[in-house]
Design a protein around this ligand. Sequence first.
Ligand code: SF4
Length: 478
Amino acid sequence: MDFTPNDYAEWRLRCGVLPMLREEAERPPEHLLQTIWHHQRLRREEFTTLDGRRLHVLHPGFLNREAGPDFLRAVLQFEGEPAQTCDVEVDLLSSGWRSHGHDRNPAFRKVALHVVWESDTPGSLPTLALRPHLDAPLEDLVLWLGSDPAQTFPGALAGACSAPLRGLEPARLTELLRQAALVRLRSKAAQFQARARQAGWEQALWEGIFRALGYKHNAWPMQRLAELRARLRPAEARSSLLGLQARLLGTAGLLPSDLARGRTAAAGYVRQLWDLWWRELEAFRDCTMPRSLWRFSGLRPANHPERRLALAAHWLHAGDLPVRLERWCRALPDSGSPAALLDVLQVEPDDFWSWHWTLRSKRLPGPQPLLGAARATDLAVNAVLPWLWVRAVEGRNETLQSALERCYLQWPASDDNAVLRLARQRLLGQAAPRVFRHAASQQGLLQMVRDFCEYSNALCTHCRFPELVSGWATPVPV
Ligand code: SF4
């Protein structure tokens, strides 16, 4: 591309706004390589793997910003084989596969293609070197990397439903999301109802709350701890808050022994926990979990399982959370509100946890609540509201049922996250309308992904959703 250098362009390079390509450094930065693959800025008809097989990239996969392979759910067809859904890892050199430990990491077992800039060693996986396949000189691609199109979701990866969904009137789209959100509310409520038949309403609630505290990566170990509730917090025995924190963290396998030796506040706190936990260790040995069960990568410090368990210990210690939630619910038609629910869920300041995100983090400059508004929203839409709603249904209390539905539909939106972002980009494109002011719209979108995307592939093969949306675009006159 002809480009007359100007002062501003030179500033960008000099200040590192763009990754510099020095003359002696012929390898592009890995981020550029990922973006080239994501947008397929490649001469795609010529792909041949290093072992000599022709390769057709039917879909490059979805960029993964969390731990694991760089691209998930790509659709590739190797010469003489049927198309397959798999993951793709991008590295500068083929030796990166071993030197980065991907060959030993179970999260990488679905990787079927290693995309590299160039090969420096024979690999064990089918490998594609990008260097000969760029669709423009590398210098031009470096400049393109700083442009908006390179930083946004590639339009070519939009789902087949994206056009019909974006063609809906804003009010119709909102209505569709609302309906999907109500389906999600009912399906979560049915889960609570089924569990309550086996374990009782209160136990079903605790399990839902713990699962929601585990967020998407740690829901199962959290669920297990909730199942142990009767042992962790026997109704007949009064446990101290510190004792419950020690028991929860100890049973979770999250109590570090190496930390107890220092002189910091964390060391002092951990020593106190160990003083309590070592006396109970044997009694809980049969249900103590290995630390390896928990996932920590990609977690915000506020969502660290240690902090979530410290919060759960406060609720278990108080012991009256279900009663207070029911009280909030009874006030709902008149004075109940999201803010009032946050008050119900909030706990007293904690000597240690109000000042530390995790057991290993430094003291915070100011105290932080153990529960923020975003987590309260997740608890509300995933556990509290479905649980209360199905209880209202069972009690045939239609007034309360409607009030809970209204509350669910009007609940303010939760924080954005990678799953929601991808769903929005894929189903609604970049210019997603401002319908996501409410948590219910987010829940509705997630339900669409659950119901349709999860039964199809990245190419939307056999997905009936586009046709259903197209047929629904205009209300049938009555
Ligand atoms: S699989 Fe279906 S719902 Fe998902 S993006 Fe494709 S067309 Fe849309």
